[in-house]
Design a binder for this molecule. Structure first.
Ligand code: HEM
Length: 381
């Protein structure tokens, strides 16, 4: 049996060999055999994962994957480019996860934090505060009474204090308005103004923002130094807080020169966020020496700046409300520098007691005997 199979296989192999040689003979007679590659042709190397872009262009013309791979990884291993400045070889930053973003390259992560957190939540918070203040005013109206000039006229703010305050206030309002337009303008101004006008306006406000920032920084330091002494908490503040500042009972609770609400605003609405806003703003303005100002630094500085600015604006919206329509006589005190005895008794009774006891001078800025301020009732003992 095995012998029979062997014979059959041998016969089949003979047939195949004969067929192949017949076929070759017939082709040779029909057309000449194809020539090989032209002289000098070098077979391209197979593409390899570590190819340079030049090597890949030879092995697979038109495929520049290595270049794009280098662009993508330039945050980990900088390449070289003709761009000026630091990080010129980093076209795409490495992956990071900023609070609130996905793990993605840093530029995109920053964009996600800005567009998905800072703008919607920051903007909503500011709107909520404006509406809440409006409702409060609607329900309560201006706090306090009108007081006819009688008794002592007390210098509440010296010219230096008022100058520092108003410089700081004007700088802050300029920064707040320009910052709001930069952050939210495209939602409420762009549709109204059109792109050309909105572009010019935003560019002008951004420039103003950059220059007014340092003025705000200097005036903030003066404000902090000027007012810090009277914003230190005392045991009396606890009583004021327990009684809700008089808002619950309707009667003002005695306080020293500044009440605990004003003190809270000083520390948590001005001092702490102010220092953070100014510090991060100086980074964004590239005014602090010794920093590299890389893109990552700027992204982090921007996010901190935005959060602290929103906190500051929330507090200062409340402060501006109370300093204007919210409290009778408060704005006049900061404009002229003087209050009468009735106002002092109603809003800052302990401060008035100290003035009357001679612990605080009635007039602090001018030497004794100088003329009283024009238009105000002279001080009476
Ligand atoms: C248009 C804006 C502003 C208005 C109308 C305004 C109004 C006032 C008024 C009327 C007072 C006197 C309150 C009192 O007699 O007890 C005051 C005090 C004060 N303001 Fe303003 N202000 C404004 C902006 C600012 C800004 C931007 C800051 C700082 C960033 C600021 C910081 C202060 C400080 C520190 C006091 C002293 C009260 C304290 O230290 O607690 N103000 N402001």
């Amino acid at each position: 049996m095995t012998a029979l199979i062997r014979q059959l296989l041998a016969a089949a192999a003979l047939c195949l060999a004969t067929g192949a040689s017949l076929a070759q003979a017939s082709t040779a007679t029909a057309e000449p055999a194809p020539k090989g590659p032209p002289d000098g042709f070098v077979v391209p190397a197979d593409p390899k994962p570590g190819d340079s872009n030049a090597e890949r262009a030879r092995s697979q013309p038109g495929n520049n994957a290595p270049m794009w791979r280098a662009v993508r990884d330039s945050g980990l291993q900088p390449g070289s480019s003709s761009l000026p400045g630091a990080e010129q070889g980093v076209l795409i930053q490495p992956f990071v996860q900023y609070p609130g973003s996905r793990l993605t390259n840093a530029g995109e992560a920053w964009r996600q934090v800005r567009n998905q957190w800072l703008l919607p939540y920051g903007g909503s918070l500011l709107l909520i505060v404006v509406v809440a203040l409006g409702l409060f005013y609607w329900k309560k109206g201006a706090l306090g009474q009108d007081h006819p000039d009688a008794g002592l006229v007390i210098e509440r703010f010296t010219p230096l204090e008022r100058a520092a305050h108003w410089t700081n206030a004007i700088a802050f309002v300029t920064l707040a308005i320009s910052g709001i337009v930069m952050a939210f303008g495209k939602f409420f101004l762009l549709p109204v103004l059109g792109s050309s006008l909105f572009g010019w306006l935003t560019y002008a406000l951004k420039t103003a923002h950059n220059f007014v920032g340092p003025l705000f920084a200097v005036s903030l330091v003066i404000v902090l130094v000027t007012f810090v002494k009277d914003n230190i908490a005392t045991i009396w503040d606890v009583r004021w807080l327990v009684r809700g500042g008089g808002l619950l009972g309707g009667e003002q609770v005695p306080s020293h020169r500044f009440n605990p609400a004003e003190k809270g605003m000083f520390w948590w609405g001005i001092c702490v966020p102010g220092i953070v806003v100014v510090g991060s703003g100086l980074v964004l303005d590239k005014l602090l020496p010794g920093l590299d100002y890389l893109r990552g630094d700027m992204q982090v500085a921007h996010m901190i700046h935005a959060v602290a600015s929103v906190i500051m604006m929330v507090f200062l919206l409340g402060h501006i409300y109370m300093g204007t329509i919210g409290t009778r006589g408060a704005y006049k005190a900061m404009r002229t520098g003087y209050v009468n005895e009735g106002w002092a008794r109603e809003h800052h009774a302990l401060w008035l007691d100290d003035v009357k006891a001679g612990k605080i001078p009635v007039q602090r800025s001018t030497p004794a005997g100088a003329a009283p301020p024009v238009g105000d009732t002279p001080a009476r003992a």
